[in-house]
Ligand binder design. Structure first.
Ligand SMILES: [Zn+2]
Length: 430
């Protein structure tokens, strides 16, 4: 009997380990595999709903050598950032955070009319605007032209470009050196980490300071923040990995702050190795704490994946029971992190009527993958849902305050991370 066989496919060799983005060592360890997922920031216009949608692996690996947690790069930064939908100024909490930073750092570094502050990924000028009343010259670097235009229109010098050694050298050739370089929530989104940090080192004046803010890997692991993992975030940093990255480019850690933003962030202060800046004791203290907690030991990371699947099961169990009981649920927010959660858990319009967002750019569009419609915030008042699932849980205090009136019709909030919690607005802190 003859059996029709398909053309045998070539023997699949175990894929050669991809090199670590920081140190080049082969990546052999998995942190968590969230399956296939669309790009989190690619919200869809109605005309795109019938089109094929690209999905990419959301499989997080960790380097056994330098402990950088990282995703493979499946799309170019040009694709992600040329038309970016995120305008920082739509978060009042974030703008207030930026203002407080500017008012702290300007006197600390003695910045004045002869200084230059450069912000990398300056977005719509949400931060640099606060230096203008202080009389400090600024330059924003922002690759997304539509977002940069908002900053330019409000008088904030902004260059539409990607940052790296090439741009740093061009600026230095123009006679510009930065006394302060700011990078808030940009390091994670840089595919070529070494080029980016080398560029900062070249642009930095001899006694200048770099401050970088990024979500702290320690909080991601401890608080189960798996939804902060998405394709646009290539890297996830501990202080241990940052120290190694900085040292590779002649930079040293001189201070570190632990911040509540984005579920728990670090703000690191870097300076040239040869500069006279001393290192604050907090640097050694935090490095020691990370080592004590095992962030330099691959075994520490092994239990994370199981905690992620447990969170998925408990959230789905709650939503299924609520729907079976006839409850009406909608979402709040359409952030990138929401899309990882929705796609990984398979939460679509079978659970959520719609989600809302304060950013008008997103209205009338749909979340990637699950195709949940995005409405203005007022849609919640019309629907009067039983539950509002807060997707940007890092802003839950702000949102539960702004939306506490849902308690008038018995509405309650669901916060999915670190574990599923229901909040009655009548009991939320005011
Ligand atoms: Zn590495």
């Amino acid at each position: 009997m003859s059996v029709h066989l398909l053309e045998p496919s070539p023997v699949t060799e175990a894929r050669a380990a991809r090199p670590c983005r920081l140190c080049g060592h082969g990546l052999e360890h998995s942190l968590v595999d969230l399956g296939m997922s669309p790009l989190c920031e690619s919200i869809l216009a109605p005309g795109q709903l019938d089109a094929m949608e690209p999905y990419f692996p959301l499989h997080v690996l960790i380097c056994g050598q330098c402990f950088l947690v990282q995703l493979g790069q499946y799309v170019s930064p040009e694709h992600i950032f040329r038309e970016y939908a995120y305008f920082s100024s739509y978060s009042t909490t974030w703008v207030a955070h930026a203002k407080a930073y500017c008012e702290m750092i300007a006197p600390r570094l003695g910045l004045g009319p002869d200084s230059l502050v450069v912000e990398l990924a300056s977005n719509d000028g949400y931060l640099l605007q606060h230096f203008l009343p202080l009389g400090v010259p600024v330059l924003g670097i922002e690759p997304a032209a539509n977002v940069a235009q908002v900053a330019i229109d409000s008088g904030i010098a902004t260059r539409v470009d990607f940052f790296g050694v090439a741009l740093a050298d061009a600026l230095v050739a123009d006679g510009r050196r930065a006394d302060l370089i700011i990078g808030n929530n940009v390091l994670a989104q840089v595919p070529d980490l070494n080029d980016f940090v080398a560029g900062m080192a070249r642009l930095l004046a001899p006694d200048g300071v770099i401050t970088l803010e990024f979500p702290h890997l320690e909080r991601l692991i401890a608080e189960n923040q798996f939804d902060t993992i998405y394709h646009e975030h290539f890297s996830y940093f501990s202080l241990i990995s940052i120290e190694r990255l900085a040292a590779g480019h002649g930079l040293k850690l001189i201070d570190v702050d632990e911040l509540p933003t984005h579920g728990g962030s670090l703000r690191v202060y870097l300076a040239h190795l040869g500069s006279t800046w001393p290192a604050a004791p907090r640097v050694a203290d935090l490095l020691a704490r990370e080592r004590r907690r095992g962030f330099d030991d691959i075994a520490t990371y092994a239990s994370f994946a199981e905690r992620v699947t447990r969170t998925k099961r408990s959230l789905l169990s709650f939503l299924i029971a609520a729907k079976d009981a006839g409850k009406v649920i909608c979402g709040y927010g359409a952030p990138g992190k929401g899309n990882t959660l929705l796609n990984y858990c398979g939460i679509g319009t079978d659970f959520l009527e719609f989600t809302v967002d304060r950013n008008p750019y997103k209205h009338g569009r749909f979340t990637p993958g699950m195709h949940i419609p995005i409405h203005p915030v007022e849609a919640i008042d019309e629907l009067r849902p039983d539950y509002v699932l807060i997707l940007p849980w890092n802003l839950k205090d702000e949102i539960t305050q702004q939306m506490r009136h849902i308690g008038a019709w018995g509405g309650r909030f669901i916060v999915p991370i670190p574990q599923m919690t229901v909040i009655d607005p009548k009991e939320a802190r005011s």
